[in-house]
Design a binder for this molecule. Structure first.
Ligand code: CO
Length: 200
């Protein structure tokens, strides 16, 4: 048990030393301020590590993750992150990134018992019902899950675009693009699901 966690502390010491050796003053500089150009909204899944996927360093990506990358209009956590990112940090890009093989999406498709998370993913369940015909026409289970992952990412990005925080930013002419992506666990690649939205 202790070894499991000791390894992390050791990793941290090595990482910090390597960063500092490669770029002296890196942490001291970063401690002064952050000015990321991007906000990432993605799934909490451990296989979808935001910074690594897009090759960004500490200070470059503001991140919010939850199960199945949902954007709820009443989620005070997400709204706080979004408002801070848009109004204070003035990020220029918001990326909503779903991923294929998402367990939350799969659970919604199968109406699985999940405890509290079952309530959380209810909007994905609703999406299954809205897109029932399209999903049912797909030949395999994997394809149905993956298509629902895409549909979900698109819906969540739409929810984001409808939010007063984004609409107000666009109304005052703030440069801000909303991107809709899906990430492939099997190949490590991001796909763009549609062109970015840059205004209402
Ligand atoms: Co997921």
């Amino acid at each position: 048990m202790n070894q499991e966690i000791d390894r992390l502390i050791e990793n941290n010491r090595t990482w910090a030393a390597e960063m500092e050796r490669a770029r002296p003053g890196f942490f001291a500089h970063l401690a002064q301020q952050q000015s990321p150009a991007y906000l990432w909204i993605g799934c909490a899944d451990s296989r979808v590590p935001a910074n690594e996927i897009v090759g960004l360093e500490p200070g470059e990506l503001f991140v919010h993750r939850n199960i199945a990358n949902l954007v709820y209009h009443a989620d005070i956590n997400l709204l706080s992150v979004l408002q801070f990112a848009v109004d204070v940090l003035k990020v220029r890009h918001v990326i909503v990134c779903g991923h294929y093989g998402c367990s939350g999406v799969r659970a919604a498709l199968h109406d699985e018992r999940l405890g509290v998370a079952e309530h959380w993913i209810r909007p994905v369940r609703d999406l299954c019902e809205c897109h029932h015909e399209e999903l049912a026409a797909l030949p395999t289970e994997t394809e149905r899950v993956d298509r629902l992952c895409e549909i979900n990412a698109i819906r969540q990005a739409d929810n984001l675009c409808c939010s007063p925080i984004i609409r107000d930013a666009w109304n005052r002419g703030q440069p801000l693009a909303v991107h809709t992506w899906v990430y492939g666990l099997k190949d490590g690649l991001v796909r763009t699901l549609r062109p970015p939205r840059r205004g209402a």
